[in-house]
Design a protein around this ligand. Structure first.
Ligand code: GDP
Ligand code: MG
Length: 176
């Protein structure tokens, strides 16, 4: 994260990773615009959002980079996450495959990313309890073992979406 103007303001690039369809774009739209769509169009072209969060001790300006659908091919250019201060790795609690894929993203980021990267593992679609394939404990345990922050969210109901970004902001301020 870089300091802007006053030392209590920081600017941080945040990237989202995870399988197509896990809800990355929906999480961002919920956070930035307070909106949710049942049929979120897959993102065409790069999407960029900016959002400021004010904590007691500091202000964090997030520059959020959403994928342009490249995750469909299970590859994202390292350019996408280069320079990121925070990474949000998303899986869908109703898809074991998406959890497996999320773990691969975590490993890739740990190998190639910034060693000071603030990383969150996000179990999205928490509203789909009846279709759950990944237990909360599995995500929690993996996150603990890898030093990540873990949270279950629902972009649909807004559960924990703001909390996710506040926690990342707090950690960025702490790590500064
Ligand atoms: P992305 O490919 O990771 O960006 O995923 P999208 O944000 O495009 O979402 C894929 C699909 O999942 C869309 O139909 C969304 O409406 C749906 N979706 C996203 N988040 C949630 C959620 O929290 N709960 C439920 N039930 N559906 C969701
Ligand atoms: Mg998307």
């Amino acid at each position: 994260a870089t300091r802007m103007g006053s030392s209590n303001n920081i600017q941080a690039k945040l990237v989202l990773l995870g399988d197509m369809g896990t809800g990355k774009t929906s999480i961002v739209l919920r956070f930035v615009k307070g909106q949710y769509f049942d049929c979120q169009e897959s993102t065409i072209g790069a999407a960029f959002f900016s959002q400021i969060l004010s904590l007691n001790e500091a202000t964090v300006k997030f520059d959020i980079w959403d994928t342009a659908g490249q995750e469909r091919y299970h590859s994202l250019a390292p350019m996408y996450y280069r320079g990121a201060a925070a990474a949000v790795v998303v899986y869908d609690i109703s898809s074991t495959d998406s959890f497996t894929r999320a773990k691969k993203w975590v490993q890739e980021l740990q190998r190639q990313g910034n060693p000071r990267l603030v990383m969150a593992l996000v179990a999205n679609k928490a509203d789909l309890e009846t279709k759950r394939q990944v237990d909360n404990e599995e995500g929690e345990l993996y996150a603990q073992e890898n030093g990540l922050f873990f949270i279950e969210t629902s972009a649909k109901t807004a559960q924990n979406v703001n909390e996710l970004f506040y926690e990342i902001a707090k950690r960025l301020v702490k790590a500064r």
